[in-house]
Design a protein around this ligand. Structure first.
Ligand code: 3H9
Length: 695
């Protein structure tokens, strides 16, 4: 065996050379991998005893792409393009034998090979678009030549991988193999040699391109079909242009065009943000004092208290991954209603073809409804999702304390309340922790796990692992009112209210945020969630929000009543500005002695988002969040902050913290309102020329 570099070795099996890449954790194409591939091909080419070459990977996956940690650094030779040209230009057939995920540059390596075989659970994809990039090593030119332009567009613009059976069907791989992968790759190579199969160079295949050439309208049609999901992103359009180039230009010119389009993306702020976010998301899993090795409790059975919208949605998360879950309600009627909604949700998914009727029954079969609290006795975790009122929560936890298994995790879905106080209602505060799901709980990816002062490492580890198991993105935060997400949201809400009184209108405020990239603005969001909820809470607390209160007094609770801040046509969720609401706003402003004025979009954006950044700084200083990037993960997954802007803390870093701090001071001066006082941590970083995220 010859070790070519620290991560690549070369062996031979009879007349077949085997190049093995071993670069944990995901065999990324680091410099030494590229060098090893180049040297392996060179040596095998020069060795008369070798007649074919197999490229295979050790560990859990085939090459999962370029090494993202090398991006932004000076390029190190050999470049991937050169290595791929060598592979494709080899006079001896090169076969890729694939397991795990062949992604990005990894799939591009296989496309430079003459043949590809994969195991049945392998996945194949070009996910560069998710990093704000495009496949930059020939992927946009070779993939359409194998699978056709339409399939290539779909794969490259969605970034989603396909399974081996589909890859075989569309011609991306030549065979599905099983057993020892190296042996299977070698056996396939023998077959190629014995049958004297030609060197299949994808660059020379033109049949599928010809089909697309005759139908240029596929590109405009495709653009239209993805316009909604790709709004605001830069990479998808460049991906489409690159595939168009594959169809209209000769291969080498297409490669040049791909490179230009790739470089443009690499320099873009959108890609910088998306690459930052890739690591931010993975970083969030790391808890400094609760290492990954900390044993958590295995969750074999779960219970949820409350069959309301949240409780039902939470229960679905368990059923979706095969964990039996019991839903406990106070009365049968509420239980039936709650489980009825769960069934309706599943049936709606089935009607869109994303679940079979059998799946619906299987999942419903995992959810048991009861009014008998004794049912929590065998649950490994109990999640409380009852009314957001402290006395009720404490009563529930005291009851759970007497019933649940001694080592069960007792979790609360509170979105604002003090987890420590809730824990104090039990004799086992170490087992109590917050699991804050976002509405709709079966859809939203964020899980804000709230660590109480006494929550044990086991409790923390359990809810972080559970979060990933139920396909959420868990982020650990500490206890404070509203935790990270809602505490920052509150700042934005305060300003939204001020802005409409001082001169803006709800549709203008919302448009500024949707133009920024949010799926909706605060007023449309209020209408969707229902304005009556906040109204009732305010009444209970003796608080007022004059415009919102007046709107609610008219029975305008939002979408469900056909009007709120906006009006709605029957069966349509599009918010329509309403002169009646404008009148209410103007009346309230007059009563409060406010002279309304023109407010620019720029001022609206700054006044909505800078206070959030400022609050984020306080959250970091108080150590409620472990790191700034966790706050960004919360905002992207929980509140629709556009990922191509990285999250509020990364965004502020790009603006420059000094600029943000100075603007806060300016607003404070203009308004005389202490609300705008920069957080000491922000002030300090700004003075030191530093950033929140190191970006
Ligand atoms: C590209 O290829 C450009 C080309 O077109 C050519 C240009 C010329 N690089 O996700 P996990 C780390 S762009 C460096 O938790 P999983 C990751 O940070 C690339 N590091 O595991 C983590 O580190 P840590 C296109 C990487 O099993 C560890 O590996 N490819 C890379 O849940 C484990 O990761 C992609 O976009 C990388 N490429 O999922 C694929 N990938 O342990 C990106 C991962 O310190 N990767 N790491 O936190 C993935 O989608 C997933 O990692 C994968 C495994 C599905 C492979």
């Amino acid at each position: 065996m010859a070790k070519l570099t620290q991560s690549v070795d070369l062996t031979s099996r009879g007349r077949v050379a085997v190049i093995t890449v071993d670069n944990p954790p995901v065999n990324a194409l680091s410099q030494h991998v590229r060098q090893g591939l180049r040297d392996g091909i060179t040596q095998a080419q020069g060795d008369h005893a070798v007649q074919a070459i197999v490229i295979v990977c050790a560990g859990r996956t085939f090459i999962a792409g370029a090494d993202i940690t090398e991006f932004g650094k000076p390029p190190a030779e050999p470049g991937l393009h050169g290595v791929l040209d060598m592979i494709e230009g080899s006079s001896k057939p090169v076969i890729a034998a694939i397991h795990g995920t062949a992604l990005g540059g990894g799939l591009e390596v296989t496309l430079a090979c003459h043949y590809r075989v994969g195991v049945k659970d392998a996945r194949f994809g070009l996910p560069e678009v998710k990093l704000g990039l495009l496949p930059g090593a020939g992927g946009t030119q070779r993939l359409p030549r194998v699978v056709g332009a339409e399939k290539a567009l779909q794969m490259i613009v969605s970034g989603d991988p396909i399974r081996a059976d589909e890859a075989l069907k569309v011609g991306l791989i030549d065979e599905i193999v099983d057993g020892d992968l190296t042996a299977a790759g070698v056996a396939f190579a023998e077959k190629v040699l014995n049958e004297k199969r030609p060197l299949k160079k994808i660059r020379d295949l033109n049949d599928k391109i010809a089909t697309a050439k005759a139908k240029p309208e596929i590109f405009s049609e495709f653009r239209k079909s993805v316009a909604r999901q790709t709004r605001g992103f830069r990479a998808p359009e460049n991906c489409i242009k690159a595939v168009e180039a594959a169809v209209t230009l000769p291969f080498d010119e297409g490669i040049k065009r791909e490179r230009e389009l790739f470089q443009e993306l690499m320099r873009s702020p959108e890609s910088k943000a998306q690459r930052y976010f890739f690591f931010a998301e993975r970083e969030a899993a790391k808890i400094p004092d609760v290492p990954a090795s900390t044993p958590g409790k295995e969750i074999k059975k779960a219970a949820v208290i409350g069959a309301g919208t949240m409780g039902g949605g939470i229960a679905m998360n368990f059923a979706n991954v095969g964990i039996p879950v019991t839903v406990v309600e106070m009365n049968q009627e509420a239980l039936d209603r709650g489980l009825g909604i769960v069934r309706k949700n599943y049936e709606a998914t089935a009607s869109r073809g994303r679940l079979t009727a059998a799946d619906v029954e299987k999942r419903m079969g995992l959810i048991t409804g009861t009014t008998d609290w004794n049912a929590v006795k065998d649950a490994d975790i109990v999640i409380e999702a009852v009314f957001e009122e402290m006395p009720i929560k404490k009563e529930v936890f005291a009851k759970l304390d007497g019933l649940a298994k001694p080592d069960a995790i007792l979790a609360t879905n509170t979105s604002t309340l003090d987890v420590n106080e809730i824990a104090s209602a039990t004799r086992r505060p170490e087992s109590v922790i917050g699991t804050h799901f976002f509405s709709p709980a079966n859809v939203m990816r964020l899980l804000e796990n709230v660590r109480g002062a006494k929550s044990s490492p086991t409790a923390v580890s359990t809810v972080m692992t559970l979060g990933r198991r139920i396909q959420k993105v868990p982020v650990l935060v500490g206890v404070c009112h509203g935790f990270v997400g809602n505490r920052m949201l509150h700042q934005r809400g305060t300003q939204a209210e001020q802005l409409i009184l001082q001169g803006a209108l709800p549709h203008q405020v919302d448009k500024v945020l949707t133009d920024f990239g949010f799926p909706m603005g605060p007023f449309a969001m209020g209408d969707m969630a229902g304005l009556d909820v906040g109204w009732r809470i305010r009444k209970g607390l003796g608080r007022k929000s004059p415009v919102a209160d007046r709107i609610c007094e008219l029975g305008r609770f939002g979408q469900k009543t056909g009007s709120g801040y906006f009006k709605y046509e029957k069966g349509d969720r599009t918010p329509i500005p309403d002169p009646d609401v404008e009148k209410i706003i103007v009346d309230v402003a007059t009563e409060q002695g406010i002279t309304r004025r023109f407010i620019s979009d720029e001022e609206i954006l700054q006044r909505l988002l800078y206070p959030m950044v400022n609050e984020g700084a306080k959250i970091l200083e108080e150590k409620i969040a472990i790191r700034a990037s966790d706050i960004d993960v919360i905002w992207v997954y929980g509140y629709g902050w556009p990922v191509y802007r990285g999250g509020p803390m990364f965004w502020a870093d790009q603006l420059g913290l000094k600029n943000v701090r100075d603007k806060l001071n300016e607003f404070r001066k203009q308004s005389g309102d202490a609300f705008w006082t920069p957080a000491p941590f922000l002030d300090r970083l700004a003075n030191e020329g530093k950033s929140f995220t190191g970006q």
